[in-house]
Design a protein around this ligand. Structure first.
Ligand code: ZN
Length: 488
């Protein structure tokens, strides 16, 4: 099937960052075959023509880090430091079943598509009582939506309480933390076997699914698990995704465990590589920036989540100055509270402009858009994030007759600073129209909302019970937090 999109303003995000006025885009099957001036458009016939004279075309955004089970608890988690927040978030997952994981991924995926993301990395942790923790249900939801997805199965083979710098407060920890730990950790080889079986079962790029290993975080895994996961990814030519240095407590733990930064430890065991992406990468050392640049490893910036739970500010300007491939994500809805990549884009372009710093290094619209598009695609090995012949046909058409783009002064600046997703009209993934007129085409929007609300209602007694139980963990974790930062 051949599709012609005619007369759009095309933001290509190619190497030259070309913006082409009055351009055509031709889609041939699942790939782009032409982007350029209307007058040079190759002859048809075209099965479908989209008149885009009042539209802007851009590559679909790549949401490079999220957790799909979190969509049912948006807006309700306390704004507290990650270690405390995490106790509550994990408690909310404890009784989720496949149908809940499906409903949650459907809700978040629909939100992403409607706001111009065409691919997502789902760092999946669910419920160990379900096959593959429920990841199969999330995959089904994203296929039903027509959203391209990379699902990194979360692995951890250490007890949680041994991976945070509790010190004296360890003895004050309730039985609750042990119960939480027991529901998460698994033996090293069992995880590696499960991850390989998961990949063998669900990895089907032609069905929009890429599967890969997702070790939870460096300090949460033995070296055997980290290197085993990296070898598995290498063997199957897949990416690998890990949380890195999201909080100061994690960096402190890294020093205790390894005597180096968490990233230097990954380097020492041979895990750094271009297909490795590291969510957050906040509490790193100056020398780590060069390690990122040399190895081609991608840090994933999640500005909303980092602000919501006070994790800190990633050194994005330093990354960009050093030529590091920074990608952008929303993180889960338990720490962001939505899945809108335009929010992430705007925050990424705003929060690094701090008084007294070198304004020549502040994040530009082109840099922010690169993080949101081609950099994420590159980290996951997807031929996407750029509008160029041969690339996957994953793109977004935005209406120009909206306040965000009126008058049209600087299309890149307006995509970053003015747009919030409400101008998105048409979204195409793998050559298929999955959002048209701002509405999803493959699912019924009202039904998605109904399923999500119904799942949340069904889970409510368990969520209330587990959140109350999780409160007993807070004093010891709070003590640790204040100690790490040198007192109240
Ligand atoms: Zn995360």
């Amino acid at each position: 099937m051949k599709t012609l999109i005619r007369n759009a303003v095309v933001v290509t995000m190619n190497e030259q960052n070309d913006v082409i006025d009055n351009a055509s885009v031709v889609i041939d099957g699942t790939r782009l075959s032409y982007i350029g001036p209307v007058e040079w458009t190759p002859p048809g016939p075209f099965e479908r023509t989209i008149e885009a004279g009042r539209m802007i075309a851009m590559p679909g955004m790549v949401n490079a880090h999220c957790h799909s089970p979190a969509n049912l608890v948006r807006g309700m988690m306390p704004s507290k430091p990650l270690e405390i927040w995490r106790a509550y978030y994990r408690a909310s997952l404890r009784d989720m079943r496949d149908e809940d994981f499906y409903a949650s991924a459907l809700l978040g995926g629909m939100e992403m598509l409607k706001a111009g993301a065409t691919a997502v990395l789902d760092h999946f942790f669910g419920n160990q009582a379900c096959p593959f923790m429920g990841a199969g249900a999330a995959i089904l939801a994203m296929r039903d939506l027509g959203l391209r997805h990379v699902v990194a199965l979360t692995l951890s083979d250490k007890n949680y309480e041994e991976t945070i710098p509790l010190g004296e407060s360890a003895s004050n920890l309730s039985d609750e933390v042990k119960r939480m730990s027991a529901s998460e950790a698994k033996a090293t080889q069992a995880w590696l076997d499960e991850c390989e079986a998961f990949i063998d079962t669900f990895h089907h790029p032609e069905k929009l699914t890429v599967c890969c290993p997702g070790p939870s975080a460096v300090q949460r895994c033995t070296d055997e698990l980290l290197t085993g996961a990296a070898e598995l990814a290498q063997k199957k030519n897949l990416p690998i995704h890990v949380h890195l240095a999201e909080t100061k407590a994690q960096a402190v733990m890294g020093k205790q465990l390894y005597g180096t930064s968490l990233l230097q430890h990954l380097a020492s065991i041979g895990v750094l590589r271009p297909n490795l992406s590291l969510a957050h990468s906040i509490w790193i050392e100056p020398a780590d920036i060069e390690l990122f640049a040399q190895s081609g490893t991608t840090p994933v910036h999640n500005p909303a989540s980092n602000l919501r739970i006070g994790s800190g500010l990633a050194p994005v300007k330093q990354f960009l100055s050093a030529g590091v491939n920074v990608a952008l994500g929303t993180d889960g809805s338990a720490s962001n509270d939505g899945q809108n990549m335009f929010d992430a884009l705007r925050l990424a372009a705003l929060i690094h402009n701090q008084a007294g710093t070198d304004f020549n290094q502040w994040v530009t619209p082109v840099q922010a858009l690169s993080m949101a598009t081609r950099n994420g695609a590159r980290a996951f090995g997807l031929d996407a994030g750029v509008l160029a012949p041969g690339m996957l046909a994953d793109l977004v058409l935005l209406r120009r007759d909206t306040p965000a783009f009126t008058p049209l002064n600087d299309v890149m600046g307006q995509l970053v600073f003015c747009e919030n997703g409400s101008s998105v009209d048409t979204v195409i993934v793998n050559g298929e129209v999955v959002v048209e007129g701002g509405r999803p085409t493959k699912v019924n929007e009202d039904e998605v909302l109904r399923l999500a609300a119904q799942a949340r209602t069904r889970l409510d007694p368990s969520i209330q019970r587990e959140l109350t139980a999780a409160q007993t963990m807070e004093p010891a974790l709070a003590e640790m937090y204040f100690r790490v930062f040198g007192g109240k």
